[in-house]
Design a protein around this ligand. Structure first.
Ligand code: ADP
Ligand code: MG
Length: 776
């Protein structure tokens, strides 16, 4: 009983998934688990939930009264897809809702609920049978995020549980599971008899009428790909017939830099109020990997003129005569204007949705996007794709504990997805900014599942809390190695969350009630015991949100509102001065602890009359700050229910902590990161031989006590301090970076180790630690 507008009807008919409605629904009726495979844009996300709805799922009076849950790995897609499905359903719009952390539109009337996979995971821990759902759709399963993998493992069991319950209890209905993927790498699910013990799920294909896309490799692969992609898009706009362009970059900074250059090169449409203001909207999304800024050492290298022409390999291929001679449409109307739109997860939803509108007449649509446009969001009218071949991702080395946000090559499967974006509406072209030699040699077939290299302590605690006896037997679609699982268990017992026999302790249960990593949960628990609840909640909230401070390296990038010219040195100088001043202000409670500095920032923000303006003036990211405040409020209310009397109602303004309290907070931080201690190299049992005493604090070598930074280099101590694999150094953003080298503390607790990607081949950058606090 859904009445759709004629326009919506017309676009639906075109979608390959709609052509397969009957096949899909038959598979769902006849099986507990169904896998739907269809290339990006074929209509999986928007249509499959509606098929279920029209078949009676989510109808409180029907035979499958539970609601339809749809999970997404990205918050961006959760919100925008719920909106789109709502629009498509016309007068049934009110039956569609979404839920992301801190935001949602779900009501008692909701039949289709879009949510992030993290939201569903928490619901599983509250009700393992997921009684309120009749069907769960796990979307974008090919991305293989940790949450998705864990959910698929759990749901494979929940489906059986619900079937068994339904046999004896008439009020319980079976649960349908639908796994949707954009790549054909479904074997990890479809042919996995550990996961699906009784019958393997059927795979329904919805093959799109994909138009041919000609792929053009570059002859050479340049290091400075941002500069290179700008030049290429510029030439392309001048030479190519009309058609939208989609450019894949790795992050927000690059997007703004290319946007700025394009708008300088061509007349642009966006003068009429496109301002990508750093506005905070109701549907703002917390940062994902692509939003994390890389450190100074690296970003500077992108700008360096000398680097941008450097080649990654000298392998030459045949010279292409005219890269944009596509041998068709010799006569066409030249477009003069460009309609440049950014697309990344931090962008407010309203602005993201602009990519779906047609560009103003006489202009060419140019979308500058991150990975979001690879499979989660399909943009109409794209004829040309420019692919840098890179993406930013979080890497975690389990042996060493080193985490990196690096720009690296995407997989061949991802490159194919990106190229495919050009063939939705007609034949298209994909220009790759790398050579076929690099592609063949350095691109993996598929991306590794995230669980293969992510911290596991949260996962293990959650599985244990659900009463799982043996984590090793959990049906992971791709099991992480046993050693890593054991290591996570060891950390959990350091934190007091697991007893020696692996059972969840009272502490463990208490800390798993919070939507936090076990480390931060442990800190809250200690804060409660030491009766500094309000302060420790604020501390944990400030620590939980990544990138509260705008990195100094991003100062001169500007955005659409404040564009600086590179020559504007005075301006930049002044900016740098006030940047340093505000950081000095924020370190006034404690000059040596970065953790306390974060706490100070969050507490101070509560005193501002206009928080957003204050944040901007203090070089804090308004969105991150807002998220930290909301988390603070949420943690307060969980604490109030969990331990009545521990804390009063939420009061954002709290008195400045006494010295004694600060000392206690520092000890609490140390307890949460008990295994991440570094000792000053020259005070360690085997001091390094230094040619020269380092002058700058950031050159002073530290040795980590529990994680070795390079376990494979088993050999030993007293080695050359330049051997970057053995020592770790302060990250330049730390408050300690300003300390005189000789006054640096003997022991430092750090939150993570990081090595930036090397953009100069052969040179390995130093491992940097992000200090939290000295221990004294
Ligand atoms: P899939 O999930 O298989 O990748 P989708 O269901 O996301 O496919 O998209 C199906 C079609 O709907 C695509 O052609 C896409 O361009 C279109 N679409 C999705 N969201 C919107 C929107 N907000 N406005 C207009 N068209 C949209
Ligand atoms: Mg989709």
């Amino acid at each position: 009983p859904v009445s759709r507008t004629p326009e919506i009807q017309a676009t639906r008919i075109e979608l390959p998934v709609v052509a397969e409605e009957q096949k899909i629904m038959e598979a769902v009726h006849n099986h507990d688990v169904t896998i739907v495979w269809g290339s990006t844009g074929s209509g999986k996300t928007t249509q499959v939930p509606q098929f279920l709805f029209e078949a009676g799922y989510g109808d409180p009076k029907g035979p499958s009264p539970g609601i339809i849950g749809v999970t997404q790995p990205r918050r961006v897609a959760t919100v925008s897809m719920a909106k789109r499905v709502g629009e498509e359903m016309g007068d049934m719009k009110h039956r569609v809702g979404y839920k992301i952390r801190f935001d949602g539109t779900v009501t008692a009337n909701t039949a289709i609920k879009f949510m992030t996979d993290g939201v569903l995971l928490r619901e599983v821990s509250q009700d393992f049978s997921l009684a309120k759902y009749s069907a769960i759709i796990i979307d974008e399963a090919h991305e293989r995020g940790v949450n998705t993998d864990i959910l698929i493992g759990m749901l494979s069991r929940i489906v059986n549980l619900r079937k068994d319950m339904a046999k004896t209890d008439e009020s319980v209905k079976p649960l349908k599971l639908i796994i949707m993927s954009a790549t054909l790498r479904t074997a990890d699910f479809a042919a996995n008899s550990r996961l699906f013990r009784e019958t393997l799920p059927p795979v329904v294909k919805a093959e799109g009428r994909q138009h041919p896309v000609s792929v053009h490799f570059s002859r050479k692969t340049k290091v400075g790909y941002v500069e290179e992609v700008f030049k290429k898009v510029k030439r392309g706009h001048e030479k190519l017939p009309p058609g939208g362009m989609l450019v894949f970059l790795t992050g927000q900074d690059e997007i703004w830099s290319v946007a700025k250059q394009l708008k300088q090169a061509f007349p642009s449409t966006s003068a009429q109020g496109s301002g990508a203001k750093v506005a905070v909207s109701a549907e703002e999304t917390p940062p994902e990997d692509e939003d994390i800024a890389l450190n100074t050492e690296q970003s500077n290298q992108w700008d360096a003129e000398s680097d941008s022409d450097e080649e990654i390999t000298g392998l030459d291929e045949d010279e292409v005569e005219d890269e944009f001679d596509i041998g068709e449409e010799k006569e066409f109307e030249k477009l003069s204007k460009v309609h440049v739109l950014p697309l990344y997860s931090q962008l407010p939803t309203k602005q993201q949705l602009r990519v779906f509108d047609s560009p103003p007449p006489g202009s060419r649509l140019i979308i500058l996007a991150t990975n979001v446009a690879e499979t989660s969001i399909t943009i109409p009218g794209i004829r040309y794709v420019f692919d840098t071949g890179r993406a930013k991702s979080k890497k975690y080395d389990r042996e060493t504990g080193i985490q990196t946000f690096e720009v690296g090559w995407i997989s061949k499967a991802s490159a194919a997805q990106r190229a495919g974006r050009a063939g939705r509406t007609g034949p298209g072209h994909c220009y790759r900014l790398f050579s076929s030699a690099i592609y063949e040699a350095d691109f993996k077939e598929f991306q590794d599942p995230e669980i293969i290299d992510a911290p596991l302590e949260g996962v293990v605690l959650q599985l244990r809390s659900l009463g799982l006896k043996s984590i090793v037997d959990f049906p992971f679609p791709s099991p992480p190695d046993v050693k890593s699982l054991l290591k996570a268990e060891r950390l959990l017992s350091y934190l007091g969350a697991l007893s020696t026999d692996g059972a969840v302790t009272v502490t463990g249960r208490a800390l798993s009630a919070f939507p936090l990593s076990p480390r931060l949960g442990r800190m809250l628990y200690l804060g409660k015991n030491h009766k500094i609840v309000a302060l420790s909640i604020a501390l944990v909230a400030a620590l939980a949100v990544p990138e509260l401070f705008i990195p100094q390296s991003q100062l001169n990038l500007g955005d659409e509102e404040h564009e600086f010219d590179e020559e504007d040195d005075d301006r930049i100088d002044e900016l740098r001065k006030s940047y340093n001043a505000s950081h000095a202000t924020l370190s006034r409670w404690d000059r040596t602890s970065d953790a306390i500095k974060l706490l100070t920032a969050l507490c101070a923000s509560a005193h501002a009359t206009d928080t957003e303006a204050w944040a901007t003036s203090m070089f804090l990211r308004p969105k991150a700050l807002k998220e930290a405040s909301m988390l603070r409020e949420q943690l307060t209310s969980i604490m109030r229910t969990q331990s009545p009397g521990a804390i009063g109602s939420y009061a954002p303004r709290i008195p400045q902590p006494t010295d004694k309290e600060i000392k206690m907070l520092r000890q609490i931080v140390a307890a949460g990161y008990i295994d991440q201690v570094a000792q000053r190299g020259d005070l360690s049992p085997h001091p390094p031989e230094l040619h020269r005493r380092p002058k700058r604090a950031i050159d002073v070598p530290y040795v980590t006590l529990l994680h070795s930074t390079d376990s494979s280099a088993g050999s030993s101590n007293g080695a050359d301090a330049n051997d970057s694999s053995k020592y770790v150094y302060l990250h330049p953003s730390s408050v300690l970076a300003r300390t005189a080298a000789k006054n640096l503390p003997q022991y430092i607790i750090y939150s993570r180790l990081q090595r930036s990607a090397s953009s100069v081949p052969g040179k390995i950058p130093k491992v940097r630690m992000h200090p939290l606090t000295p221990v004294s």
